[in-house]
Design a protein around this ligand. Structure first.
Ligand code: GDP
Ligand code: IMO
Ligand code: MG
Length: 422
């Protein structure tokens, strides 16, 4: 009766969507437990790329039940767009997607508040995806939020108006222009689409399925270093992205967590503002961005790129209790003569530390270990044994440092591009 959890160990975009899609056929259920349309999960098969925001990445497998859990925040407008795009591709998921009544709704005014808040912050802005995530979770914890289950009540419109008026009062404090009427119309239209899906008390659904012996995969969004508690606060998202978040966001006891799959890129990327100790503002960073096609799946923004950060990775492994590592984008490093891994930080006060510090802006520079590159395209390799020696050395080093085995190595964006390491 296990819930396996798959999540990101860095600043998001580790390739979670692709890996969930690879694993999905081994599961009966795939469930999202936090985040919302700030997520952009890419899946590629049969030469077509799909990007999912609100919808779990199991939807391309016919016999899988997909659940949007209570910890998720949903924008009905983005949800409807995703549904329509899938329908255009001949994929109808009405019968295999259910939504928790307890998931919170992102209102048009949440999105406007997000934009107004970011604009007022000027240079210190978070670099939010502007999807209304922060304001929606603020209303959730402030006990003002509107939930999916509220759409079933006769007083839904009254509740909506009450919350909207609260938001309008808040917006009056900002010097920020906005349009609302059209957005509201679109939002109420989209609510109709949302209501075509089964609303469930997903904590009961999931626990019941688990009791029946069904296997459940919890799909994380964002990454550990964007966690509201443990990430590089305040440059984080507004939910718990770590493994414990799966228990909260689905209503599953921690005793039922089985495998914890930690997905990480063979290097690092970050979108938006905030500290990034190993960031490369040079031609190597540009090369990683180009070779890795590092542009945000949700906002299209270029992703900042840098070398693998071992203290940060070890921190993420510890917080999540990772049992198996999954390395993605290994192919992107192929053309580098030498690659680097940060193993410690030289702090501004001259000290040397090997842990992820409270304030990452106190880091003066990363201390690197240089590793020989492998001048060989690995995108077509199918067996671990056939990988270049230098690459295997890189994997061994990561396993030794983290104390966790690397289970899967992803070698390209396509569903078929991965290697299992025994
Ligand atoms: P997610 O948010 O964690 O699901 O990741 P994204 O989809 O936002 O970003 C990952 C990007 O890398 C997408 O464009 C994927 O298609 C791509 N990708 C995933 N795995 C690999 C890989 O092993 N190699 C390469 N070259 N691209 C990959
Ligand atoms: P996936 O699931 C990468 C970043 C934003 C910003 C910060 C806060 O695709 O990995 P928010 O909109 O949540 O208030 O933004 O978090 N961010 C992500 N970065 N991948 C994501 O999701 C992200 N979701 C949010 O860029 O810095
Ligand atoms: Mg993404």
């Amino acid at each position: 009766m296990n819930l396996n959890v798959l999540l990101g160990l860095q600043w998001g975009d580790e390739g979670k969507g692709k890996i969930v899609d690879v694993f999905a056929s081994r599961y009966d259920v795939v469930a999202r437990f936090q985040g919302g349309p700030n997520a952009g999960h890419s899946l590629e098969f049969d030469n077509v790329k799909h990007i999912l925001h609100n919808i779990p990445s199991g939807v391309f497998h016919k016999n899988i039940q997909n659940i949007i859990g209570n910890g998720v925040v949903i924008d009905p407008v983005i949800f409807r767009k995703e549904i329509d795009e899938l329908k255009e591709k001949g994929i109808n998921i009405n019968s295999n997607l259910s939504i928790s009544r307890k998931a919170h709704l992102i209102l048009p005014t949440h999105r406007i508040l997000d934009a107004a808040s970011e604009s007022a912050k000027g240079k210190s802005k978070i670099g939010s995806t502007l999807k209304g995530i922060g304001p929606t979770y603020m209303d959730k914890t402030g006990r003002n939020g509107l939930r999916v289950g509220d759409t079933e009540g006769n007083d839904f419109h009254d509740k909506y108006r009450f919350l909207k008026n609260k938001h309008l009062d808040l917006l009056a404090q900002y010097d920020f222009d906005y349009e609302l009427e059209e957005k509201e119309k679109e939002w109420f239209e989209a609510i109709k689409t949302l209501k075509e899906f089964a609303f469930v008390d997903s904590e009961h659904t999931i626990n019941h399925l688990m009791q029946q012996g069904k296997s459940v995969l919890a799909e994380g969004a964002q990454g550990t270093l964007l966690d509201i508690d443990f990430g590089s606060y305040p440059y984080v998202t507004s939910s718990n992205t770590v493994c414990a978040g799966a228990c909260i966001g689905l209503g599953v006891s921690p005793r039922n967590v089985g495998e914890v799959y930690g997905v990480f890129k063979a290097y690092c990327t970050r979108v938006g503002s905030g500290p990034f100790p190993t960031e490369l503002n040079n031609s190597e960073g540009e090369k990683l961005q180009k070779q890795g096609n590092e542009y945000g799946a949700t906002t299209g923004r270029p992703r900042r790129c840098g070398w693998l950060d071992m203290p940060a990775l070890k921190y993420a492994v510890m917080l999540n209790g990772v049992t198996q590592l999954i390395m993605t984008k290994a192919d992107v490093l192929s053309s580098f003569d030498n690659i680097k891994v940060c193993t410690a930080y030289r702090m501004k006060d001259g000290s040397l530390i090997e842990h992820f510090p409270y304030n990452q802006y106190d880091i003066a520079e990363p201390v690197y270990k240089e590793i020989k590159g492998w001048d060989q395209d690995i995108s077509q390799v199918k067996r671990f044994d056939d990988l270049p020696g230098a690459f295997k050395e890189y994997v061994r080093f990561i396993e030794e440092q983290t104390g966790v085995p690397v289970h899967i190595i992803s070698t390209g964006p396509e569903r078929k591009s991965w290697i299992e390491k025994n």
